[in-house]
Write a protein that binds this ligand. Structure first.
Ligand code: ATP
Length: 362
């Protein structure tokens, strides 16, 4: 178990981590997700022992790691640009961490060979052991880096944007593969990503970070269904935000009257209503058209459309391909866009769910 307690870190006058606390359970695969500069790498490096916090501490299995050197923490790393040794073969790269151990702790040559064989089959690179890094694809290189990290049998695996430099398809394959590998090995793992899809697909739990703080921690489903703040709402996928006025929980948004029963007792106030692209109904040929179709992109079975509301605001909506085809939508067409649900946030972060009142347009 990794316990991160009240970590703070500044670089000069810049505060990169602000009182960050987090518990990671044994065997968990945790994603640190956040925009560039939110402090993900700094947190990972402090867990690794590569960086010292100004305040707070990290404990491994209940024991403070403050005075534990990097090599004694038994962590394996894989970084986006953590280059392999170019002059070494795949096999030598993988066995490096074992070969440089002091004699008393070093496995025998036969044991090392056996472990390399095993790791090669695990990362599906059997037969490539004599190649040099320059003779491998990017995805293969990252798998060698992972095998090298695993060779020393770390207690914890730390990965910083491990697939960041790879193209979309290879990235997708590798992250599935990482998930399966993690399920087989069960090594407590923490990986940094700014890609929400990657975090949602791979992790058991996602830690959403912003400006050096943890905004939310939860299962992928939990944080998608119950984001605690407008920031998390926006960060976890496309969302449309509409500033509006709420009175007794009633709002008018995209020409529809909606009600948030939880706010029924409130007076009039400014709120922001968030609506996900797939939470709109689209109608063609309606006399109550409220939008103009600007652009449509077919993404397999889904179609993403961009529409202009009468007030000029641009809204992104998603609909099933068969619905799109049935409506024969085309650019500049007048359509009606009707929200099915919205999440309303007050300035102080309080939120409530809203549904159309069924009273027609507002
Ligand atoms: N050694 C350093 N010296 C000065 N500033 C630093 C140093 N390391 C990080 N920072 C700053 O701290 C902030 C957090 O950096 P960090 O690398 O942790 O962010 P990140 O969330 O991992 O971002 P990215 O996704 O871009 O890697 C950034 O603004 C960065 O410029």
């Amino acid at each position: 178990m990794i316990e991160v307690r009240n970590l703070s870190k500044t670089f000069g006058s810049f505060s990169a981590l602000k009182d960050v606390s987090l518990s990671i359970e044994p065997g968990e695969l945790v994603a640190l997700l956040g925009p560039s500069g939110s402090g993900k790498t700094t947190l990972l490096r402090i867990i690794a022992g590569l960086e010292c916090p100004d305040a707070g501490e990290v404990a491994f299995e209940g024991t403070s790691a403050t005075n534990l050197a990097v090599r004694d923490r038994q962590v394996g790393f894989v970084f986006q640009h953590f280059a392999l040794f170019r002059h070494m073969t795949v096999a030598d790269n993988i066995s490096f961490g074992l070969r440089v151990r002091e004699r008393a702790l070093r496995p025998s040559k036969a044991e090392i060979r056996e472990r390399v064989e095993h790791l090669l089959s695990m990362v599906q690179l059997k037969g490539l052991e004599s190649r040099y890094p320059s003779q491998l694809s990017g995805g293969q290189r990252q798998r060698v880096a992972l095998a090298r990290a695993l060779a020393v049998e770390p207690r914890v695996l730390l990965l910083d944007e491990p697939f960041g430099a790879l193209d979309a398809q290879v990235r997708k394959d590798l992250r599935r593969w990482l998930r399966h590998l993690h399920d087989d090995l069960g090594i407590t793992s923490v990986f940094v990503t700014h890609d929400q899809e990657e975090a949602m697909e791979v992790a058991d739990r996602v830690v959403v970070m912003d400006h050096g703080r943890i905004e939310q921690v939860g299962s992928p489903r939990d944080i998608y269904d119950h984001p605690v703040s407008p920031f998390v709402y926006r960060f976890l996928g496309n969302v449309n935000g509409f500033p509006c006025r709420s009175n007794g929980g009633r709002i008018h948004v995209v020409g529809t009257e909606m009600i948030a029963p939880d706010f029924a007792g409130h007076g009039e106030r400014d709120v922001t209503a968030f609506i996900r692209p797939h939470d709109f109904d689209i109608e063609a040929g309606s006399e109550q058209a409220n939008a103009t179709l600007r652009h449509a992109v077919v993404l397999g079975p889904q179609v993403r459309i961009e529409v202009n509301l009468a007030d000029g605001q641009i809204v992104e909506a998603e609909l099933a391909r068969d619905v799109f085809d049935r409506l024969s939508l085309h650019p500049r067409q007048k359509i009606r866009v009707v929200p099915r649900r919205a999440q309303i946030f007050l300035d102080d972060g309080t939120q409530a769910r809203a549904q159309p009142t069924g009273n027609g347009s507002g």
